[in-house]
Design a protein around this ligand. Sequence first.
Ligand code: ZN
Length: 198
Amino acid sequence: MVGAKVDILIDETTRQRNHELIDGIFIPEEANLIKTIPLSRQEAEDRLFWPFTHNGPYTSKSGYCFLKSEEEAEINDEQMEQDRTLWRGIWSLQVPNKIKNMIWRACRNSLPTKDNLQRRTRIYNAVCDQCKLVPESAIHVLWSYTEMDVVWEDVSIWSHRRTNNFIDFKKLLSCLIFNQHHLELFSVMAWSAWTQRK
Ligand SMILES: [Zn+2]
């Protein structure tokens, strides 16, 4: 079998596949796949065919695009898995649904913060009314903003507020879920901070 080519799987006279041979060599899934590849009815020389260009010749550009799309698909899969873990984490919290809902919306970046309102062109200026320094985002109003120091003042629990710089609320919550870090307490506090916001 060493050095054998695919043509040994095809009966020369009938131009049909040798199913018995295929079943003998390959595992059932592979064998079934092989049997579904269409065969040419006429005698023709085999040629290399690259499926990512129009006529089949390989070009470095199409090769690059192919690798890029493979890479993106992998990143998307990873992202989806992380999101699933996050949603599962939120929905399994032992807190009222209205709190889960608000936390979920903060992670999806769909709370009516000024940066979101600006994105939806309802307002022109997204800068935070309180500090007037940065855009008003969920992570800012609920976590990093200095007026929130009083809420998260217990450094024995929320020490990572000083050490980590989370770019958004989703990253923060993912980190807390990953570490199973006072999740219920965090959600209730974030929820009350949101509802008591001026
Ligand atoms: Zn601010």
